[in-house]
Design a binder for this molecule. Structure first.
Ligand code: SF4
Ligand code: SF4
Length: 345
């Protein structure tokens, strides 16, 4: 199966155990319900291509969305994960399968074909990226138009997520999908964004009335930390956009907003302010651990989950405080960490 792991995900593949697992009592149906398309156009069958970095083919090689789940590699993953429950190629310590079922009733399509962004966060990239012309831009635009066509013929209940690795509003490549795509009653959208262009563009999108969730990466609770962690970002612009969204959603029901905080050494002092920000809007706040995506040369310096890190104990204290807030959700590993450190006392 490793031959289907693209070269740029070999690092990720080799980081975790890729042998048959036993004793996992929970179930996962993602390999027959989920499609994630990455920035090279490769298709994966998990919500995170790092967790299951096996490509089932390039999006341009499929004529319908259904074909993706029928490919030989897809069939083999479905057997291993859904039928045999061996989870051979899965990152089971990270994806949650040891703690809960990873199942979805509707289809889930995550489109991550373009890294273009108006920010340059060090957790994500070491240089600024925004494709507006040239070969890469033209290729990706062809993929975007193809994906839009595939989606317009996919009449099944589906949540479409845009985008996990760039900003959908800052990118020109996502325009065929979010600005010119046809609205389909079967499709709901989950938008992941840094939020900074919502005020300018949100209401102009063709999918506006189909958006059911906003996931906004913030990573801070004050201007100093924000502008250090979210390079090129301006705190006052963020607040202006969050206020806009809050006002825009005033009369709408059942639309979720989640503010994200990726825990690292550079923002630990800002965690409580972040929880206050979440409470201010009465949205949900998710705190997640920093993962090694290969973007940091000195990952250990930033990884305060490491018990040897000098800020580890401080992190535990702050995390315990915010874990008591009703609007804050700790991703599984962090929840366990707090529980274990409390049990030890
Ligand atoms: S078991 Fe985990 S890694 Fe494998 S497909 Fe399911 S969620 Fe993804
Ligand atoms: S806002 Fe998101 S996509 Fe953009 S650079 Fe930061 S982490 Fe990456």
């Amino acid at each position: 199966m490793q031959e289907h792991v693209p070269y740029y995900l070999q690092h990720q593949y080799n980081l975790y155990d890729r042998t048959k697992k036993s004793g996992i009592r929970f179930s996962c149906n993602y390999p027959e319900k989920v499609l994630s398309i990455d920035n090279q156009g490769n298709c994966f069958l998990c919500i995170c291509d790092g967790w299951l970095p096996v490509s089932v083919g390039h999006i341009m090689s499929f004529n319908t969305i259904e074909e993706v789940w029928q490919s030989p590699v897809a069939k083999s993953l479905q057997k291993d994960i859904i039928i045999d429950k061996s989870f051979t190629h899965c990152s089971v310590d990270y994806c949650g399968i040891k703690d809960y079922n990873c199942t979805s009733d509707s289809y889930f399509i995550s489109i991550n074909i373009d890294e273009s962004c108006n920010l340059q966060c060090p957790t994500c990239r070491d240089h600024f990226m925004n494709f507006t012309s040239g070969k890469i831009y033209e290729n990706k635009l062809v993929w975007a138009k193809h994906i839009e066509k595939l989606l317009s013929n996919f009449n099944h209940k589906t949540i479409i997520a845009v985008s996990g690795n760039g900003d959908p509003f800052a990118s020109l490549i996502y325009r065929p999908i979010i600005m010119q795509g046809k609205s389909n009653i079967w499709h709901s959208y989950k938008i992941t964004t840094n939020g900074l262009l919502m005020k300018k563009l949100l209401r102009k999108t063709s999918i506006y009335s189909n958006i059911i969730e906003y996931s906004i990466s913030v990573d801070a609770g004050d201007a100093d930390t924000y502008e250090k962690i979210r390079l090129r970002g301006k705190w006052n612009v963020l607040i202006e956009n969050l206020d806009f969204l809050h006002n825009d959603l005033k009369d709408k029901k059942n639309i979720k907003v989640n503010l994200n905080f990726c825990l690292q050494s550079g923002n630990i002092e800002s965690l409580i302010n972040f929880a206050d920000l979440v409470d201010h809007y009465n949205w949900q706040g998710t705190i997640q651990p920093l993962e090694d995506w290969g973007t940091y040369k000195d990952f250990k310096q930033h990884d305060i989950l490491n018990t040897e890190h000098e800020l580890h104990n401080k992190m535990l204290e702050q995390l315990k405080v915010v874990s008591l807030r009703k609007n804050i959700w700790l991703k599984t590993r962090l929840g366990k960490l707090i529980k274990n450190s409390t049990d030890k006392k």
